[in-house]
Design a binder for this molecule. Structure first.
Ligand SMILES: [Zn+2]
Length: 107
């Protein structure tokens, strides 16, 4: 692919190569993918498996050298992912606070 010919939607092309749902081995349909964010050649994409409804978040990079992607299985749906992907990470204090809260409640 020559430089300058990369279409803004070329991440959708990349989905063809992403293949299968890691949970049930179902094939992702292009309609199941929604973009969360993009920065330059990098696109953050949320996929929903039509077969098992499992979620998957992938970072898809499209460049003249080819495409690459990294991803992870998630229990977030698209709405959750949209809401949370820009949030600040939680702090260690918040983790401890959560732990203390649960400890109080359950023990
Ligand atoms: Zn699946």
């Amino acid at each position: 692919m020559p430089i300058g010919k990369i279409q803004p939607d070329s991440w959708k092309e990349a989905l063809k190569f992403m293949g299968h749902c890691p949970l049930c081995n179902g094939i992702y349909s292009p309609n199941s993918a929604q973009k969360l964010n993009s920065a330059g050649a990098a696109n953050l994409v949320h996929l929903t498996c039509e077969k098992c409804s499992g979620g998957f978040i992938a970072m898809v990079m499209v460049s003249p050298a080819g495409l690459s992607s990294v991803g992870m299985v998630t229990d977030l749906n698209y709405g959750d992912a949209m809401r949370l992907h820009n949030k600040e990470e939680i702090t260690m204090d918040e983790v401890i606070e959560g732990y203390e809260f649960l400890k109080q409640k359950w023990y």
